[in-house]
Design a protein around this ligand. Structure first.
Ligand SMILES: *[C@@H]1O[C@H](CO)[C@@H](O)[C@H](O)[C@H]1NC(C)=O
Length: 271
């Protein structure tokens, strides 16, 4: 009787100490989703397992299934069964590790086909399963960039069809955009053109860690400015040439008259 009383007190105390009760196993993947992996590089997933004082992890399984498509076939990548939780991978480039409250999955030489939804299943001592999922995708280079114009709003829009973590920048006639040309939106995808009329070549460059791709919108040539620039360059050259010739003529006249005077003086002396 005493023993029974003691045990029930112990259970009550444990319940008080564990606010979520006896069943509070939780699993979280700690990577930020979606996880992007460069081809040929390493995929590293980390998950945290939390459980109540009376719970015990009896097995851990990492699986993968395609993110899209008809076949939702799950492939087991590794399991860590039994009390020791010694993990066994099903392929040579996968290593899974299990510690007290953490499990990690390492996959070397990642390929596009390794993308998908990764599911981590933790089974407790009574067979109850808790799962966490994480989307893994290949880090893709930027391609198929295009630029279109929204004429009514004097805006150029840079559309980027594919690519991971795109970073946008704009050029006008291959030079950075100045305030006299336009303003780039905060996310970089749009250019509000303040220059009127809209003229010249506008290029949108989209880049990420694997490289860059660009597209150019060609408006009518900037004629007025073109002529202005030519005039601005050619006029000073003409003025300089004209000034130079004038100075030379003046100098020559001066020299000749000086020489004439000196000749006179010489003649005077000899006479
Ligand atoms: C032009 O931009 C405005 C404002 O963003 C938008 O409401 C409008 O639909 C756009 N027009 C075209 C043709 O895309």
């Amino acid at each position: 009787m005493d023993l029974h009383y003691f045990l029930s007190w112990k259970v009550a105390l444990l319940l008080l100490l564990a606010p979520c009760g006896l069943q509070c196993m939780s699993v979280h993947v700690l990577n930020e989703e979606p996880v992007h992996v460069m081809p040929g590089k390493q995929l590293f997933l980390r998950a945290q397992i939390e459980h109540g004082p009376l719970e015990e992890v009896s097995s851990v399984t990492w699986e993968r299934e395609p993110e899209t498509g008809m076949t939702h076939e799950r492939v087991t990548l590794a399991t860590c069964p039994g009390r020791s939780l010694k993990c066994a991978g099903t392929r040579p480039n996968v290593h899974v590790n299990m510690e007290q409250q953490e499990t990690t999955l390492e996959m070397n030489a990642y390929e596009a086909a390794d993308g998908g939804v990764y599911t981590l299943t933790v089974t407790d001592h009574r067979g109850a399963k808790t799962t966490a999922q994480c989307i893994v995708r290949e880090y893709e280079e930027v391609h198929h960039v295009s630029v279109s114009i929204n004429a009514s709003h004097s805006t150029l829009v840079c559309g980027e069809a594919w690519g991971t973590d795109p970073h946008f920048s704009w050029l006008h006639e291959r030079a950075a955009i100045t305030n006299s040309v336009g303003r780039v939106s905060k996310d970089g995808t749009k250019l509000l053109v303040t220059k009127t009329p809209i003229c010249g070549h506008f290029t949108c460059v989209v880049s990420n860690e694997l490289g860059h791709s660009s597209a150019t919108y060609t408006a009518a040539p900037c004629e007025a400015e073109g002529r202005g620039t030519i005039a601005a360059v050619v006029c000073p050259i003409f003025l300089l040439l004209f000034g130079g010739v004038l100075a030379f003529l003046l100098w020559r006249r001066h020299w000749h008259s000086n020489r004439g005077e000196r000749l006179h003086e010489h003649l005077d002396d000899t006479i």
